[in-house]
Write a protein that binds this ligand. Structure first.
Ligand SMILES: Cc1ncc(C[n+]2csc(CCOP(=O)(O)OP(=O)(O)O)c2C)c(N)n1
Ligand SMILES: [Mg+2]
Length: 277
């Protein structure tokens, strides 16, 4: 098991624990995002150049979680990486917390952009990447959108601007868990092929197993060698790592203490399977 996978497992436990402690939250869309986030934030192996002791470091790489409702996934990554005390995770969504349910760059160390209104983070991330390119700097910019989020027209405006400006310092993760707020995406507004769409917009686009950290890492490294921006279509499972969550369509869940126990046990089983595999 690699250090990145170990880190992803720890992040999963914290997501379950913090949401279950609160009693409700966007758990499925947080768990589907974990492995790609681990590729960025894992200590030592993570690709994102950041300094937990100096979150505003001017030469850092940037990450924008455009699907801002998955805040718990990013908060867990940041806490485990040492941006702030893990004890704070239990304050999620409390009055005056530094961890609101949706990410806010003015409240939390390590959050580069406020998000929650779907579609907006992508455009902001493209702006950051363009600014870096204009200044001739070498930092990279990453952004994550949900598959449902790509129903928003403004995402495709951002995609066109990124391709027009040949933003090869930009990698977009599409967390393609194939579900959104009201159920399965194919029944709501089907995407056809994200890969083909991004290609037709002038992007380098590739589909990878969104729970295979090594595959994600290698696709990113290849992506930065291209002359266009890269879209990684992450084939993911909403609720990944907790069997009963993987089979339901609920986007936002209320959870009782029995379900909390079940979720933690199933996450432990998943961890044991990974160690064996
Ligand atoms: C502009 C906007 N419209 C509606 C919502 C309500 N909303 C929150 S999450 C969500 C579904 C998002 O689906 P997806 O992007 O697939 O996220 P994931 O499956 O990763 O949780 C919706 C419609 C919102 N946050 N912003
Ligand atoms: Mg989705």
């Amino acid at each position: 098991m690699t250090q990145t996978q170990r880190y992803a497992s720890e992040v999963r436990f914290h997501i379950i624990d913090m949401i279950m402690n609160l009693g409700f939250g966007h758990i499925g869309g947080a768990l589907s995002a974990v492995d790609a986030l681990a590729v960025l934030y894992a200590p030592e192996e993570g690709l994102l150049k950041v300094d937990p002791k100096n979150p505003q470091w001017q030469d850092r790489d940037y990450f924008v979680l455009s699907k801002g409702h998955a805040g718990p996934a990013l908060y867990s990554c940041l806490a485990v990486r040492g941006f702030f005390d893990k004890k704070l995770l239990h304050t999620i969504n409390h009055l005056h917390t530094t961890l609101p349910s949706h990410v806010d760059r003015l409240k939390t160390p390590g959050i580069d952009m406020t998000a929650g209104s779907l579609g907006q983070g992508f455009g902001a991330a493209v702006g950051i990447a363009l600014g870096i390119k204009i200044k001739n700097k070498s930092q990279k910019v990453y952004c994550m959108v949900g598959d449902g989020e790509l129903n928003e027209g403004q995402c495709w405006e951002a995609a066109q601007v990124a391709a027009h400006n040949k933003l090869n310092n930009f990698v977009l993760f599409v967390d393609n868990n194939k579900k959104q707020l009201d159920g399965k995406s194919e029944n709501i507004n089907q995407a056809f092929s994200f890969e083909e769409k991004f290609k037709s917009f002038g992007w380098n686009a590739i589909t990878v197993d969104g729970h295979d950290c090594e595959a994600i890492k290698s696709a990113i490294t290849k992506g930065f060698k291209q002359s266009q921006p890269t879209a990684l279509i992450l084939d993911t499972i909403k609720g990944k790592g907790v069997k009963f969550l993987e089979t339901i369509d609920d986007h936002h869940l209320r959870i009782d203490s029995d379900e909390k126990k079940l979720a933690l046990n199933q996450a432990k089983d998943f961890f044991a399977e990974q160690i064996k595999g």
